[in-house]
Design a protein around this ligand. Structure first.
Ligand SMILES: *[C@@H]1O[C@H](CO)[C@@H](O)[C@H](O)[C@H]1NC(C)=O
Ligand SMILES: *[C@@H]1O[C@H](CO)[C@@H](O)[C@H](O)[C@H]1NC(C)=O
Length: 176
């Protein structure tokens, strides 16, 4: 294999590896941010079905005259306390980028709505647990993904990347 085709393959693999950020419409449709018809936690059921990753975004569509989206702390989520949100979205379309792993808490800004179930917890996976974009090439490449790799671990990252690429080339060699 010539070195230029090696470079091409490597670039190809790296571009496969950097997974694309996704936008998730909360609840799966334009009318989902409202008091749920049954008190069965439908928004959180929706959230549990998705694998959110760092870099993805949540998108809300709602009637700005009647509702809003408040990002709150865990305590405020549990008590439906709207008095001091972390962030507030009132213009009818909210976009929140998930820039770290862990839990995010959202409640409705409408009077009494959170108490009736209009609330959402989204848990963002850490990169280490992510499988998306890994192409089943083993842990090497999937671990080299995004900012969770601390800058101080540069040396070991390179090793991981190299072994990942080597494994990828091996797989490609078998395919081609
Ligand atoms: C729960 O909510 C969903 C909507 O997300 C609905 O389809 C389902 O029928 C509800 N289940 C019950 C038991 O009410
Ligand atoms: C709501 O949160 C604010 C600020 O954190 C706090 O001062 C207030 O006592 C809380 N209200 C209730 C009812 O818990």
């Amino acid at each position: 294999m010539s070195s230029s085709s090696l470079v091409c393959l490597t670039l190809l693999l790296v571009s496969f590896t950097i997974s694309e950020a996704r936008d998730y419409l909360v609840g799966g449709d334009d009318r989902a941010w409202r008091v749920p018809p049954t008190t069965n936690d439908s928004l959180n059921r929706w959230a549990e079905k998705n694998r959110f990753q760092v870099g993805d975004s949540l998108v809300w569509k709602y009637d700005a005259a009647k509702d809003s989206v408040l990002q709150v702390t865990r305590e405020a989520y549990l008590s439906c306390n709207r008095s001091s949100p972390v962030a507030e979205h009132r213009d009818g379309t909210a976009v929140v980028e998930l820039h770290r792993s862990g839990a995010y808490y959202f409640i409705s800004g409408a009077e009494g709505a959170c108490e009736q179930g209009e609330k959402l917890i989204v848990v963002v996976m850490s990169e280490r647990h992510s499988l998306r974009g890994g192409l089943a090439l083993g842990p090497g490449l999937t671990e080299f993904e995004g900012p969770a790799v601390a800058p101080t671990s540069g040396a070991s990252t390179t090793v991981v990347l190299k072994s990942g690429v080597a494994a990828a080339l091996l797989v490609l060699g078998i395919i081609l």
